[in-house]
Ligand binder design. Structure first.
Ligand code: SAH
Ligand code: SF4
Ligand code: F3S
Length: 473
């Protein structure tokens, strides 16, 4: 997770502006495709797979929606507002379709999988619906539309990992890349739509992951983000050698590609993260010391209703293990849901006290949004009013802001190794990059280039960003 500061749901939605395909000039005899991607990093990574599949068939891509022959929205269904954003976007496409009736409009991703044919019935201008496991079929689906039909494929696979497809890097600065190591989720947290939209958990072939990471390194990339809904349950068995690889072993193999290749990963699940993973992180300097460990709640009754399979005490035990093995400097971030079904004021206070006990560096915080068809929607009434949910969320955000400030201030006066990622958003005279612990640092430029490692002395900070100056090694 890469946001720069403590975000409320609303701020996050605002920042979550879609990612758009860049132009890719190759043969485009089948027309130009424009893709907007919403949701999590896995969706962004999927859009890079989709682009690769379409380019190989003879489509070109464009970042200019006006010149597109096909418009694809890769969507998210995690909360109601994620879907509302797509519905609004579709309204805006009406004008485009009126001007250019030949344009094809397709919905990909988790909202496509959740709503299936309903999307075509409800939103008349949608021509194509494709779920996360059907992207290899996109060229065929687009052919069907050419013949005047609507096209849909929402089949969920138990095997598909797109492991053999080389993604076309659309969302990259040439320094960092996302690499999917698994798909789907078997956990069935009661609030969550992901098991329904992404299907069963499956791990990608280790060799194809290592091959992709190695290629990225030789193409100049210096940071890899290994992605999965629950990376700690990565498990791949090579059927030829019978070798079985778990996440700690995969992490070690990626770290060994080159010491100058930084490795990050998300998301860890508190019930599954092992000491073996923590010791592997300790062993390799290039595995970044940062762990995203969603808590969701600090109260045991709520955690049980959420079906998270751990208690507050277990969670705190894992935090202790992180601190013992990786030290106080390891960055730790969280996800919290405020106002889950039947949550009392005291139970909300338990979440605040969890925050106080851990003192996280960063967090993603949300109000509970009921998702149709999930176990929580079937079993528990969504009975906390919007006002109470919002009040609880603001308290959580306010406390997290204080902790982010404290955790950032600890670094003032220290020298941190930074991978230079680009120009600062606010000034061309400054570069920005991240610390090992995933904190953004802005500093005045000298002769360093994007993709270099530099040492920066931290001079001051806000709750979201560190400010510093370059020093000699
Ligand atoms: N696989 C990751 C999280 C994936 S979804 C994990 O298990 O930690 C990202 C975050 O969205 C979740 O951690 C949760 O905090 C939030 N989320 C998921 N479903 C939600 C819902 N129905 N309402 C509000 N937030 C939700
Ligand atoms: Fe959703 Fe839980 Fe799976 Fe995360 S682990 S994707 S919250 S079901
Ligand atoms: Fe959203 Fe699907 Fe990711 S629901 S958060 S895009 S897995």
């Amino acid at each position: 997770m890469q946001a720069l500061k403590v975000l409320s749901t609303e701020e996050k939605e605002a920042l979550d502006s879609p990612r758009i395909t860049s132009d890719f000039t190759q043969s485009d005899f089948l027309g130009k495709v424009y893709i907007e991607s919403y949701g999590c990093q896995m969706n962004f990574a999927d859009s890079e797979v989709v682009t690769s599949i379409l380019i190989n068939k003879g489509y070109g891509t464009t970042s200019n929606i006006a010149e597109a022959d096909t418009i694809l929205l890769n969507t998210c269904a995690i909360r109601d507002n994620a879907e509302n954003k797509i519905r609004h976007r579709l309204q805006a496409f009406k004008a485009i379709k009126a001007k250019k009736p030949s344009v094809t409009i397709g919905i990909l991703g988790c909202m496509a999988e959740r709503l299936k044919t309903k999307l075509i019935e409800e939103e008349k201008l949608v021509d194509l619906v494709a779920g996360p496991d059907s992207y290899r079929d996109l060229p065929n689906l687009l052919d069907q539309i050419e013949n005047g039909q609507k096209a849909i494929n929402v089949f969920l696979s138990k095997e598909e990992t797109y492991g053999d497809i080389e993604p076309v890097r659309l969302h990259s600065n040439g320094v960092g890349a996302f690499v999917s190591i698994m798909r789907g989720c078997d956990n069935m947290c009661s609030f969550c739509v992901v098991p329904f939209t992404r299907g069963r958990e499956r791990s990608r072939d280790t060799a194809s992951i290592l091959n992709e990471c190695t290629q990225l390194y030789y193409n100049g990339y210096r940071e890899i983000n290994l992605l999965g809904q629950n990376v700690d349950s990565y498990h791949y068995v090579n059927t030829e050698t019978n070798e079985s690889i778990n996440f700690a072993q995969l992490l070690e193999k990626t770290a060994q590609i080159n010491p100058d290749l930084r490795i990050r990963f998300s998301t860890s699940h508190p019930k599954d993260i092992t000491d073996e993973v923590l010791y592997t992180m300790q062993k390799y300097d290039n595995i970044c010391k940062n762990i995203h460990l969603p808590a969701q709640s600090g109260n045991n009754r709520i955690l049980e209703l959420m079906n998270r399979s751990y208690t507050r005490e277990w969670y705190l035990g894992r935090i202790q293990a992180i601190r013992n093995i990786l030290g106080e400097d390891c960055g730790i971030s969280h996800d919290i849901i405020a106002g889950f079904c039947s949550e009392t004021e005291e139970e909300h206070q338990d979440t605040l006290s969890l925050l106080a006990e851990v003192q996280y560096d960063f967090g993603y915080m949300f109000t509970y949004s009921e998702r149709p068809g999930t176990p929580a929607a079937k079993k528990y009434p969504d009975d906390i009013s919007d006002d109470v949910k919002s009040k609880r969320l603001s308290e959580i955000i306010a406390l997290q802001r204080i902790h982010s400030g404290i955790r950032n201030e600890r670094l003032i006066g220290r020298v941190e190794k930074i991978l230079v990622e680009g120009n600062s958003k606010k000034s061309d005279l400054h570069h920005f990059g991240k610390t090992d612990s995933n904190k953004v640092v802005v500093f005045p430029k000298k002769s360093e280039k994007i993709g270099d490692y530099v040492h920066v002395k931290i001079l001051s900070c806000t709750t979201g960003t560190l400010l510093g100056e370059l020093v000699d090694n």
